[in-house]
Write a protein that binds this ligand. Sequence first.
Ligand code: PGA
Length: 253
Amino acid sequence: MRRTLIAGNWKMNTDHASAVALAEEVAARAAEVTNADLLVCPPSIYLESVGKALAGSPVALGAQNMYAEAKGAFTGEISPAMLTDIGAECVILGHSERRAIMGETDAQVNKKTFAALEAGLVPIVCVGEQLEQREAGKTQAVIAEQFEGSLADVTAEQVIHLVIAYEPVWAIGTGKVATPEQAEEVHADLRKLLTERYNAETAEKVRILYGGSVKPGNASELLSQPNIDGALVGGASLQADDFLGIGSAAKTD
Ligand code: PGA
């Protein structure tokens, strides 16, 4: 059975003091969440301090991005080994904001996915359609293309070590959450893509998170869907009450 994962993506928010305070509160109250794994992804500059604040707690540490190369002349970038060195266990890859604002492509996300896996990081690979694509009936095709491109050549042995996040772009930070049925439809499609590429047994092992305006009030309906295995939470992860409230809404295994 897939254990629910609630991942907080702090994006470019907090300062040093508030990042540490938030991590300390989530760590101290982590026992409130019994049916889910918890992960927080602070801005990279605060990873080390947040990692220290989480020490001894069950809350995992993740990054929001990384570069695919191991080292060298890549000014401003952070390598996979630097993330593991600082205690990060996961890394979000191909978030829609990086795709839209930084122009990240499926090919780059694919390269990063292999680099993360090689370094022992759990990649959380994001896919999701824009509003116009949904309205034009292209959701399934867009998701399939991003799945194929971002996860090209990933083997069955590797895919069970990564997480997929479905984040409809129109639901991110807008307060417009996908209905549980809309989300489940895409999650079921992703499970089918995994089954077709690998096999049912492998597909059953891969966690697929939903992201886009998840709040304590809508979490249990979303998380009770058969193919929704957790949430990637932006705005609501900045308040410990909301983040832990989402975690508490997780279904039992
Ligand atoms: P949101 O962001 O929860 O603020 O909509 C989700 C995300 O981008 O991960």
